[in-house]
Design a protein around this ligand. Structure first.
Ligand SMILES: [Fe+2]
Ligand SMILES: [Fe+2]
Length: 346
C-alpha cells in the first residue's frame, strides 16, 4: 500500500470515529457546539433553517411595522413598538447563531434579497386593519411558539440557546395580540366584525406556517434524526389547533373551518386542510406581498450601507497603534458619547 492510500484509510477511519461520536452526542440529547465536528449535511441544514428563521424575524417586522404610525393610542403604539423591536432582536440572535456555522450575516442578507433563501410564507400577506396586529400576535406568534418551544431542545447549542430567550418574548407577543382582540371584541359591532374578518383571513395562512403535510416534507426525517427538529409539521399543526380552539371560543370568534370538530376518540380536534397550492405559490415568490417585502428589505439594506462603512472605519481607526477612541472621535469631529458622557457602543 502506498503512503497516500494509507493516509486516505486513516482519514476515513478518523471520519467514521468522529461521525460515531457526533451520533452519540445527538442520541444522548446533548448539544453539538460550533467547534465540534459535524457532518456537512447537518451544517448545511442548520444554516438553511436558522437563516430562514432569522430572515422571517426581520421580514416579519414589516407587516406590523406599517401600523406603528397609525396605532390608536399611545399605549398601543408603545406595545407594538416593543414587539416589532423584539423581532429585530430575534433576527440578530439568529444571524449570530448562524455565523457560528461559518457564514457571515452579510452573505445571509445577500441571499435573502437575491431570493436564494426563504422566509416564512405568513409575512407575504397584507395587514389591512388594526385588528390584524392583534390577530398576528394571537395566531402568528402563537404558531411561532408551537414551532419554537421544541427548538429550545434542538441539538445545535447556539440555536437552542437563542430560542430560549426568543420564546419568552414570543409569549408576550401572543398575549398582547390576544389582549388587543379581547378589547376589540368588548367594543362595538364594527370592531367585532373587524376582528372576525381578520381571523378569517389569517387562519389558513397561520396553519400553513408549519409547512407542508408530513408526507410532502422530504427533509423532516433527516432533521428529526439529527435532533434539529423535535416534532413533525403535522404534529405541531395539531398542537396549535388544539391550543387555539378554546382561545377562539373565549374570544367569541368563529374559526373559518366547517370541518373543525372535537374528536373524542383521538382526544384532539379534526380540521380541514389549507390550500397547499397556495402555500407553494407564496413560497415560490407569488404571494400577495413577496415583491414588496423584498424590495423594502433591499432598500433598507442599501440605505444602511453608510452606517456599516462608518462603523467598520471607526473600528479600524481605533485599532491603529497609538490611537485611542477619544482621539479618533476628536479627529473625526464626532462623538459617540451621550449627553451624560457615557460612551455608546457602536
Ligand atoms: Fe420573533
Ligand atoms: Fe413574535
Amino acid at each position: 500500500m502506498s503512503t497516500s492510500t494509507d493516509e486516505r484509510a486513516d482519514e476515513a477511519r478518523l471520519e467514521q470515529l468522529l461521525e460515531e461520536q457526533f451520533e452519540a452526542v445527538v442520541a444522548r440529547h446533548e448539544r453539538i457546539e460550533p467547534r465540534d465536528w459535524m457532518p456537512e449535511g447537518y451544517r448545511r441544514t442548520l444554516v438553511r433553517q436558522i437563516a430562514q428563521h432569522a430572515h422571517s424575524e426581520i421580514i416579519g417586522m414589516q407587516p406590523e411595522g406599517r401600523w406603528l404610525t397609525r396605532a390608536p393610542s399611545l399605549r398601543r403604539k408603545a406595545v407594538l413598538l416593543a414587539k416589532v423591536q423584539d423581532e429585530a432582536g430575534h433576527g440578530l440572535y439568529l444571524y449570530s447563531a448562524c455565523e457560528t456555522l461559518g457564514v457571515s450575516r452579510a452573505e445571509l442578507t445577500e441571499m435573502l434579497i437575491d431570493g436564494r433563501q426563504k422566509y416564512s410564507s405568513i409575512f407575504n400577506y397584507p395587514t389591512l386593519s388594526y385588528a390584524d396586529v392583534g390577530t398576528i400576535g394571537w395566531l402568528v406568534d402563537g404558531a411561532a411558539i408551537c414551532n419554537q418551544v421544541p427548538l429550545c431542545r434542538t441539538s445545535y447549542g447556539p440555536y437552542g440557546r437563542a430560542m430560549i430567550r426568543v420564546c419568552k418574548e414570543e409569549s408576550f407577543h401572543q398575549r398582547q395580540g390576544y389582549e388587543l382582540l379581547m378589547t376589540m371584541m368588548a367594543g362595538t359591532d364594527e370592531q367585532r366584525a373587524m376582528v372576525q374578518e381578520s381571523v378569517d383571513r389569517f387562519w389558513w395562512p397561520a396553519l400553513m406556517m408549519f409547512g407542508p403535510p408530513d408526507d410532502a416534507s422530504p427533509n423532516t426525517a433527516r432533521s428529526l434524526a439529527w435532533g434539529i427538529k423535535r416534532n413533525t409539521n403535522d404534529e405541531l399543526r395539531q398542537k396549535f389547533v388544539d391550543m387555539t380552539v378554546p382561545q377562539a371560543e373565549r374570544l367569541g370568534v368563529t374559526l373559518p373551518d366547517p370541518d373543525l370538530r372535537w374528536d373524542e376518540e383521538r382526544g384532539a380536534h379534526d380540521f380541514g386542510q389549507p390550500d397547499w397550492d397556495e402555500l407553494t405559490r407564496v413560497i415560490s415568490g407569488a404571494g400577495p406581498c413577496n415583491a414588496e417585502r423584498i424590495a423594502h428589505r433591499r432598500r433598507a439594506h442599501e440605505d444602511g450601507a453608510w452606517v456599516r462603512e462608518a462603523a467598520s472605519a471607526f473600528a479600524r481607526a481605533t485599532k491603529e497603534p497609538g490611537r485611542d477612541r477619544a482621539q479618533v472621535e476628536q479627529a473625526s469631529g464626532s462623538s459617540l458619547r451621550d449627553p451624560e458622557g457615557r460612551v455608546e457602543t457602536p
